[in-house]
Write a protein that binds this ligand. Structure first.
Ligand SMILES: [Zn+2]
Ligand SMILES: [Zn+2]
Length: 154
């Protein structure tokens, strides 16, 4: 089950009585909790299924701002990395899901998107949650449907 870590706060030479703090670590997201109950609650949460994999072409939905030209643009790039399970993210839930109760309290994933700024050509990487981007479909909708049906990627 969960990993129990005992920290000894304060150095050996401290006059004050050393405080022993027990930390409980969620085995899914590695978040440290001071309460066993909170840790157990986190471990019970499901993990969001990955919606994209490294190399997938994606478009970030929210406009990015080019710091060189002060202009906004739509970033298109490729997934550079997919995180493991992360603890439920309040901003994610509220901003992107409107706090919908059916999606609350789930371990989430973060996706790195590597792209080139279309304004100044700078190579950038931005980390987003699943609702913040769409996977680009190649060719027509018909073609991608066919590819999907036969299991052929791209
Ligand atoms: Zn967790
Ligand atoms: Zn730029």
């Amino acid at each position: 089950m969960m990993q129990k870590v005992v920290h000894h706060k304060g150095g050996q030479n401290m006059k004050a009585k050393r405080k022993i703090v027990t930390t409980y670590i969620c085995k899914t997201c590695k978040t440290a909790y001071s309460s066993k109950k909170a840790c157990e609650a986190c471990e019970k949460l499901p993990v969001e299924a990955a919606v994209a994999k490294v190399g997938d072409k994606v478009t970030i939905l929210e406009q990015r701002e080019c710091l060189m030209s002060n202009k906004h643009y739509i970033a298109r790039g490729v997934i550079s990395g997919v995180s493991g399970a992360l603890p439920p993210d309040t901003e994610y839930e509220l901003k992107w899901l409107g706090g919908r109760p059916d999606r609350l309290n789930t371990h989430v994933r973060s996706y790195g998107v590597a792209y080139k700024c279309p304004r100044c050509g700078e190579k950038r990487e931005h980390f987003v949650f699943a609702p913040e981007f769409v996977v680009q479909k190649n060719g027509s909708a018909k073609k991608s449907e066919k590819n999907h049906a036969t299991g052929i990627k791209h």
